[in-house]
Design a binder for this molecule. Structure first.
Ligand code: ATP
Ligand code: MG
Length: 200
């Protein structure tokens, strides 16, 4: 069994939309023989989707019901559970072995979202690129689970397989678990900042 799992069952894969959570979590669950749980899909198929928030162009989920369902799924799972979600904080802390936050350079994220989410509004793309720039997913995860359970993985320029290997090394304890990515210390092209400013 992977080192980091120990007595806890859940590994949460977090990150902004487009960071590669689903691609990487599916690879990991195959390698670990783990149950894959996608929180967006779970809430949708369980009719837990709440009202539509026009302002944020997203659905408001029924958190309490989803947390209970998740709790039961993890309790009853005979294998480790990989939870794929950018609202990973819904997984009860007592189940969580580690939270892996995928970090991607905002420029690469912007290109990826423009390429793969053509139907999204520019505002939604800008909101997510800004969230990555500010490290929102890491901040949320640390606030909920504490810094010792949260590990960042820089996936910039990596294929999904390369990124999954990096995550596996952390889970196995072969690579350190750290949170030290601050894109504001890097060179962020003016076009990225202009896109955020223009569409926010
Ligand atoms: N390492 C990668 N390199 C290049 N493209 C990738 C990589 N990982 C994922 N992609 C592509 O980027 C897009 C987003 O990936 P994916 O759906 O896995 O992200 P996600 O974090 O699960 O997004 P969401 O939160 O919206 O579900 C997809 O088109 C996917 O094929
Ligand atoms: Mg996904």
């Amino acid at each position: 069994m992977a080192h980091m799992l120990q007595d806890k069952k859940a590994i949460v894969i977090s990150g902004v939309p487009g960071s590669g959570k689903t691609s990487i979590a599916l690879l990991l669950s195959t390698v670990l023989g783990a149950l894959y749980v996608n929180l967006s899909a779970l809430s949708a198929v369980s009719c837990l989707l709440g009202s539509y928030d026009r302002c944020r162009d997203t659905y408001v989920i029924h958190e309490e019901l989803l947390v209970n369902l998740l709790d039961n799924i993890i309790l009853n799972s005979k294998t480790p559970v990989i939870v794929d979600s950018h609202y990973g904080e819904l997984v009860p802390s007592y189940h969580v072995a580690t939270v892996i936050v995928l970090r991607i350079h905002p420029e690469e994220l912007l290109q990826r979202l423009l390429r793969s989410r053509g139907w999204w509004t520019p505002r939604k793309i800008a909101e997510n690129v800004a969230a990555e720039l500010m490290g929102s997913c890491t901040n949320n995860a640390v606030a909920t689970y504490g810094p010792e359970k949260v590990c960042e993985v820089n996936v910039t320029g990596l294929t999904a397989i390369e990124a999954a290997k990096k995550v596996m090394n952390i889970i196995k304890g072969a690579a350190p678990c750290v949170t030290n990515i601050d894109w504001l210390e890097h060179n962020i092209p003016a076009e990225v900042l202009e896109f955020i400013a223009k569409h926010s």
